[in-house]
Design a protein around this ligand. Structure first.
Ligand SMILES: [Zn+2]
Length: 143
């Protein structure tokens, strides 16, 4: 018995990708400002951390992003790299009372984290859009 082999050319999804390049830094900056990474006009968020379903200006679908825990992780890294060196420097040079230090560092850490969370999430969504990751891939066969 002869085995039938399928000789049809394989068309990889990436071969169908449009040539249009997406500017990663521009998309991340637009997302950082809470704007649509594609047009820079429409709002990216409809809540503090809840992305809108679509861009109100160009209609870009935002439901495909997979930011997950990355924004929170990045905020911890960023705020930690700002607050910890400052706290160590002040402790080394001035040694103020611990309660005074806690009364200053804890609120600064809290508010800096809350202030950065939405912009960082926007930048992550912009990054994913620019690289056509996850749901931003027009050729995703699972879409
Ligand atoms: Zn848009």
């Amino acid at each position: 018995m002869k085995t039938v082999v399928n000789r049809a050319p394989i068309v990889w999804p990436s071969d169908n990708a449009p040539a249009e390049d997406r500017n990663v830094w521009q998309a991340m900056w637009r997302g950082f400002r809470g704007r649509c990474p594609q047009c820079g006009e429409g709002k990216l968020f409809r809540g503090f951390l809840k992305t809108a379903d679509n861009c109100s200006h160009c209609g870009q679908d935002f439901t495909g992003h997979r930011a997950d825990d990355l924004p929170a992780y990045l905020v911890i890294v960023i705020v930690g790299h700002i607050v910890v060196p400052i706290a160590l420097s002040i402790e080394t040079n001035f040694s103020p009372p611990v309660m005074l230090q806690l009364a200053i560092y804890l609120p600064i850490t809290l508010f800096a984290s809350l202030a950065l969370l939405q912009p960082v999430k926007g930048a992550v969504v912009g990054l994913q859009w620019a690289f056509r990751m996850h749901g931003f891939d027009e050729n995703n066969p699972e879409k």
